[in-house]
Design a binder for this molecule. Structure first.
Ligand SMILES: Nc1nc2c(c(=O)[nH]1)N[C@@H](CN(C=O)c1ccc(C(=O)N[C@@H](CCC(=O)O)C(=O)O)cc1)CN2
Length: 286
């Protein structure tokens, strides 16, 4: 079996095309383009690349960019001053704090200081709380991208057994909340470093979402033949980027969202969607 490609790159391009029209309408209506702010602390090459990509995407769809880069030794106060500035800036529709922050900073305190209405990542505690309660809120970009990728490829979710590997704040924790909503109706098992019998859990699953950041953790023998597999892990090695899914998994899987080219581009597209939706709410067009 060779897995069908869940092509996140092409799907994200379609979404950017759709958003471009909505941005043009909003800009004509309000006299101002929606604006995305980013806060980047330090010079981690991955984070720098992701932030650069976010601003390129903005330019492509007509969203204005506000970029705030701070040095790796920035203090908590300096970061929070930038948060206060973006909270108050009317040109900034929504913004993100690129994660992870350097270890000396308190990321939770930074996220909590954001205006929840400007949280383009859906990671503010109020928005994660709203997601838990089933109340409308901006959704975390990677989980939203996964659901959108599956939906646009007609992968059934209702009743599906989903195994998520990794319990991080941007993917593993929130994806379970999304997939177990009544509208998705999947059954989710969340595995992590403390899970016993990982292979057993993975083999039970119709859909496997690997977001552990552990190179080639999920080997072909662990998969149910025909399973839908999404590789969300990214590890930077001297040989290049490596995902959590072993390359030979494509022979067993029914569908595969690879890394690169699967969920990553969808994460970027969903950030744009969150900003456009915030701007539409502000303009009372929805
Ligand atoms: N504030 C946030 N921080 C982080 C998030 C997030 O959603 N919000 N997610 C990741 C990083 N990330 C976006 O910020 C991100 C990761 C990967 C990709 C991507 O397109 N990956 C490519 C491969 C990588 C490459 O080419 O360099 C792909 O999969 O095709 C986009 C965004 C952690 N931090």
């Amino acid at each position: 079996m060779t897995a069908q490609l869940l092509d996140g790159k092409a799907t994200a391009a379609d979404i950017r095309h759709e958003l471009t029209e909505r941005v043009a309408k909003l800009t004509a209506l309000t006299g101002r383009a929606p604006g995305l702010g980013t806060v980047l602390v330090g010079d981690d090459p991955g984070s720098r690349a992701y932030v650069g990509g976010k601003h390129r995407d903005c330019a492509q769809v007509g969203i204005a960019s506000i970029r705030r880069d701070l040095p790796a030794d920035a203090t908590q106060q300096q970061v929070e001053d930038v948060i206060d500035e973006l909270n108050a800036d009317p040109a900034c529709t929504g913004y993100i704090v690129q994660l992870p922050l350097p270890r000396h900073l308190d990321a939770n305190a930074v996220l909590e200081r954001m205006d929840p209405a400007k949280d383009a990542d859906g990671l503010h505690p109020v928005n994660l709380g709203r997601l838990t309660l089933g109340v409308e809120a901006p959704l975390p970009c990677t989980p939203r991208g996964i659901v959108e990728l599956l939906r646009r490829h007609d992968v059934p979710l209702a009743g599906a057994r989903v195994c998520v590997i990794g319990r991080g704040i941007t993917v593993g924790r929130p994806i379970g909340l999304l997939l177990t909503r009544r509208s998705e109706n999947a059954t989710v098992t969340l595995c992590h470093t403390g899970t016993k019998g990982l292979a057993w859990h993975v083999r039970e699953a119709d859909i496997v979402i690997a977001a552990a950041g552990s190179p080639a953790l999920i080997t072909p023998d662990m998969l149910r033949p025909g399973a839908t597999v999404l590789d969300v892990g990214i590890t930077r090695t001297d040989q290049g980027l490596v995902g959590d899914i072993h390359p030979d998994a494509a022979r067993v899987a029914g569908r595969l969202a690879p890394m690169p080219g699967g969920v990553g581009p969808m994460t970027r597209a969903m950030l744009l969607a969150n900003v456009v939706e915030a701007a539409e709410r502000n303009a009372n067009t929805v």
